[in-house]
Design a protein around this ligand. Structure first.
Ligand code: MSP
Length: 536
């Protein structure tokens, strides 16, 4: 039976158009999901939108439309971005869908029945932007600024239901101890324990009465369910939890051997690592296996934001450089788990170095040589003839192992860096083997054949390992290399030497070299376009 893997992204607020920062998380989740599918895992990949809350209600009012019209409009932008980025999600949940609304109401009723929530009143500092209440000690300075986003909070008092965190906090700490990988990178766990749990965790306010755009509480007219309780449960409502057809929920969530991974940005760690496990406990359900906190995609002047005018719109970037290039950049340039900074220079440089000079060039050179020396037919693999062959094959096999181990440990950037090292090694192998010299000596025909077959097989392997990122170019590469359709899979590619006797076909370079000056200017103009539009 194949191993199971369930991966989710945060569900985004459809409060504005999506940008490269949003695309970052979803693209990484897609690369991970495709990587698992490639290796035969039973994989399910969920993304979606978090459509309730006061902020959405305010934005809709400002735009002069109903909240539903507002979110429907922004939803089309997200869907179109995921289409552009070739995101292979299995489900796209929107929290206004009846399947979600009804289930969240059932979940809330369970909390009421089990005495996990109680009615009281809430007074605190509310940040509309973060949809979050803060205590007197958490707000910053005299103006009571939100500790997360720095915007002023407003003081609010309203009747509300509270979730009994105290009931679950000891269990949570025990769970952390028993599952040291639950929060990664680990520094994030220390932050949660020291900043939120140790100072004493207050019960969480889980309903609101001051606005309407939320899921109504059946037990208490006038109350809507707090947007974070509503949002977090998407990870199970999408699978069919408490619904007529809950087969996906049974298959993934209820299988203790299924690895469940939530990818999130650092700003929402508290909700995913403290409250979410508690809600699950209250429902008698297992916790996710891992909450992986990725870094932020920053610009030179800080976080990407519309107000700063430093957002990178994704569609023109993809149109110019191709979706594979943008996906590759996101995965390879920003170490997964750390913050990364976007600069046009590094973007162009990364694509030139890795894709054009390293990988693209290896494919091009090898295919040209096979055409020149063997009339285009890849010689059958005959084992390793010399030390150079043996070393290359050994590197290839080591790479397969690292790729699997690193990917399984979510060290995704490192996993793909390892593949690029193999590609580098193959380029060096060409220099060391000097096939052009072998070709001049009729007694070296066998060595020349071995050299070509080693190269073709390394390309077959490395291209396949890169296929979760390079979703459009690897099929092209398979065509150029003459890989039969039935061999375009992980098993054949990792069986070193399986490719031979087929005819290559020269095609366009997979990744043409970019002119640095022109392309950097193109990106700078893209970044400036919104400012110019605003000025006009
Ligand atoms: N709706 C909540 C999440 C609920 S999940 C049950 C939310 N939405 S959000 O749209 O504000 O943010 C969603 C995710 O996008 C967060 O993980 C956030 O870190 C991420 N990012 C937003 N801008 C980003 C960058 N510039 N770079 C990387 N990730 C970014 O919070």
């Amino acid at each position: 039976m194949s191993k199971k893997f369930y991966i989710t992204t945060p569900i985004y607020y459809p409060s504005a158009s999506p940008h490269l920062g949003h695309a970052y998380c979803t693209t990484m989740a897609d690369i991970i999901a495709r990587g698992k599918r490639l290796r035969g895992f039973d994989t399910y990949f969920l993304t979606g939108l978090d459509e309730h809350g006061e902020k959405i209600e305010d934005n809709a009012k400002a735009a002069g439309v109903t909240p539903q019209q507002f979110v429907d409009n922004v939803a089309t932008k997200f869907l179109s971005l995921w289409d552009t980025m070739k995101i292979s999600y299995d489900d796209f949940i929107r929290t206004t869908q009846p399947r979600h609304v009804q289930t969240v109401q059932k979940i809330f009723s369970r909390f009421v029945e089990n005495n996990d929530v109680y009615l009281s009143s809430y007074k605190g500092w509310y940040c509309v932007h973060e949809e979050s209440y803060w205590t007197d000690t958490q707000v910053v300075g005299e103006n009571h600024l939100c500790p997360e986003c720095g915007r002023p909070c407003e003081e609010k008092e309203e009747p509300a239901y509270f979730f009994r965190c105290n009931k679950y906090v000891d269990g949570l700490l025990k769970f952390y101890d028993e599952h040291p990988n639950f929060i990664t990178p680990v520094g994030r766990k220390t932050e949660m324990v020291n900043n939120f749990i140790k100072p004493g965790l207050n019960d969480l306010c889980v309903t609101r009465t001051s606005f309407d755009w939320g899921i109504p509480v059946k037990e208490a007219p006038g109350h809507v369910i707090y947007v974070w309780l509503d949002a977090l449960t998407n990870y199970i409502t999408a699978l069919g939890y408490l619904q007529d057809d809950d087969s996906r929920f049974q298959n993934y969530w209820m299988d203790p051997d299924c690895e469940i991974v939530h990818l999130i940005g650092a700003d929402i760690t508290r909700f995913h690592t403290i409250y979410w496990p508690m809600f699950l406990r209250a429902l008698g359900l297992r916790e996710p296996s891992r909450v992986f906190v990725h870094g932020l995609m920053m610009m030179k002047d800080g976080k990407m934001s519309k107000s700063k005018g430093n957002v990178i719109p994704v569609p023109p970037l993809v149109e110019r450089f191709g979706v594979d290039a943008v996906r590759y950049y996101l995965c390879r340039e920003i170490p997964f788990g750390q913050d990364g900074q976007f600069t046009p220079e590094q973007f162009v440089d990364r694509l030139n170095t890795d894709l054009a000079n390293n990988f693209g060039n290896l494919v091009n050179r090898t295919i040209s040589m096979i055409i020149k020396y063997f009339d285009g037919v890849i010689p059958a693999y005959q084992g390793e003839l010399n030390a150079l062959d043996a070393a290359l094959k050994e590197t290839a096999e080591k790479t397969i192992r690292s790729y699997e181990v690193l990917n399984d440990d979510l060290k995704v950037t490192d996993a793909y860096a390892a593949v690029m090292e193999l590609v580098n090694a193959a380029n060096k192998y060409i220099e060391d083997s000097a096939p052009w010299a072998l070709a001049k000596d009729p007694t070296k025909k066998e060595e020349l054949a071995s050299c070509m077959s080693h190269l073709a097989n390394v390309i077959f392997l490395s291209g396949t390992l890169l296929s979760p990122i390079l979703v459009t170019k690897i099929p092209e590469m398979y065509d150029q290399l003459g890989v039969p359709v039935e061999m375009r899979n992980y098993e054949a590619a990792t069986h070193f030497g399986s490719l031979g006797g087929v005819t290559v076909k020269k095609g366009n370079p997979l990744f043409p070299r970019l002119d640095v000056k022109t392309e950097v200017q193109f990106i700078v103009d893209l970044m400036n376009a919104p400012k110019e539009k605003a000025a006009a």
